[in-house]
Design a protein around this ligand. Sequence first.
Ligand code: HEM
Length: 158
Amino acid sequence: MTATIESPRSGKNSSGKISPQYRRTGASRGNFEMLAWLFMRLSGVVLVVLIFGHLFVNLLVGDGIHAIDFGFVAGKWADPFWQVWDLAMLWLAMLHGTNGVRTIINDYAENDSTRLWLKIVLYAATTVIIVLGTLVIFTFNPCPVVDGVQLPGGFCPA
Ligand code: HEM
């Protein structure tokens, strides 16, 4: 059995314009949607480099996947180059993914309040993940000292 998903906001009139029941606002949103469209293309190109670079370095170089452990991550985040690389990957993937899902919500959620709530949840999740991820990248400490006691970690100075 196959399921068919109708084209979003179908029901265009003969001249190809969206029919009145699917029209949401007459107000112009300026260049925002055009810039969002452009951002998806540009961030997509940069993400290809960031993601495949990330996979290559983590999974193929040296001992590859067998080298991945806590110390491997600690080593990478001790280097500002990888901090900036991972920060760019986090921000671009989150903003790209969020904008993509925003488009899908706009296309498929027909009820005004459903659309509003889905987007509130989406933006809240995005904000939490970007803020937490950014904090982790820049505040990560592989050798924490708690109450004067060095927590175990083979590579930490005694
Ligand atoms: C590997 C590099 C990537 C490239 C080249 C890329 C490219 C694109 C492009 C060009 C679009 C726009 C499609 C359209 O408007 O019809 C798009 C949409 C989207 N992307 Fe990516 N993307 C990449 C990675 C990602 C990642 C990592 C995520 C998730 C975090 C993601 C999530 C999405 C979503 C949710 C959409 C909306 C899908 C839709 O409109 O049907 N993409 N992507």
